[in-house]
Design a protein around this ligand. Structure first.
Ligand code: ATR
Length: 287
């Protein structure tokens, strides 16, 4: 049994930056459903963007336990929440609670954004745009040879994005069988075990495994990395992972996973508002 939610209130100075809040009866309510909720940077990014664009909206984090997901979606309908981001552990389960899911989200098998369209709740996915946006800070992707490490949910979105941009994609995973199944499913060009990286030239390398999260370890021995290229690590804590430092030492241009989170939020904001998102403002708010 999980502890019941705390009903206590936090003093306002704990909110963070102390910006004035202008809330009226017209203010649009948006947010993110996830569990646990304590560490998400999405409210900081979206609220900073609303302020920069003078959008009358507020974005909150909703701590939604798996058993409460249906209630949370009913709350979105009943309270008129305008845009709901969805994060772990709900990205797959939420498909069963929506009126529509767009073709891309269905192909990826996960929803990270819910919008209201003519009263219906429509799920979509911007995680792939997060990966593509992060990589495109450093390189065009069309025709490039890309290697994706890992075969979980993050890998699905990254592989989809790379294929959509016309890259050739190899999927390598500790459990090679999972990499093969994923590559087949998403139309990647090949798959294998992590050790195969040493024989595989690449222009772009993306780590989607959890290796390096909060620890100074890398999924790949430094000597098995190629020379140069662009390397993105979906792990964003620490911002400069062991993999990124090793890759930089071998002449790669490196991109932190922070940028994947920034660009998936950018795409969410643009889908909801139809306006161009202030990328640098959102990146600064993330930090
Ligand atoms: P997510 O949805 O965040 O991608 P996931 O579905 O749990 O998370 O996938 C985790 C990925 O990290 C998997 O590819 C996993 O490899 P396996 O399929 O072999 O389990 C990979 N991973 C986790 N720990 C790892 C480790 N110590 N070494 C190598 N790969 C690891």
């Amino acid at each position: 049994m999980e502890r019941p939610r705390s009903d206590s209130l936090r003093p306002i100075w704990r909110r963070g930056r102390g910006e004035d809040l202008h809330i009226s009866a017209e203010t649009a309510l948006c947010g993110i459903a996830l569990h646990p909720a304590g560490h998400t940077r999405s409210p900081a990014m979206h609220n900073a963007a609303y302020a920069a664009l003078s959008i009358d909206a507020i974005y909150l984090a909703f701590d939604v336990r798996p058993a409460e997901l249906g209630d949370a979606v009913a709350g979105m309908r009943g309270l008129g929440i305008r845009q709901l981001s969805v994060s772990l552990p709900h990205k797959e389960a939420i498909l069963g609670h929506l009126d529509e899911v767009d073709a891309t989200a269905r192909r990826i098998g996960a929803v990270n954004t819910v919008l209201r369209r003519d009263g219906a709740l429509v799920g979509s996915n911007t995680d792939w745009l997060g990966a593509v946006g992060a990589l495109e800070r450093e390189t065009r992707l069309e025709g490039k040879q890309a290697v994706v490490l890992g075969a979980g949910g993050t890998a699905r979105a990254v592989i989809y994005g790379l294929c959509a941009r016309g890259a050739r994609v190899q999927v390598l995973n500790r459990t090679a069988e999972k990499a093969r199944a994923l590559a087949n499913d998403l139309g990647a060009d090949g798959a294998g075990g992590l050790e195969e990286l040493r024989d595989l030239p690449y222009d772009v390398l993306v780590n989607t495994t959890s290796v390096g999260l909060g620890e100074d370890v890398s999924p790949i021995d430094a000597e098995h990395l190629g020379e140069g290229g662009v390397v993105l690590d979906a792990v964003y804590e620490p911002e400069r992972t062991r993999l990124l430092r090793d890759a930089e030492a071998r002449g790669a241009r490196v991109v932190s996973g922070k940028w994947m989170l920034v660009y998936q939020a950018v795409a969410q904001l643009e889908a909801w508002t139809g306006q161009t998102a202030p990328v640098e403002v959102m990146a600064k708010a993330f930090a």
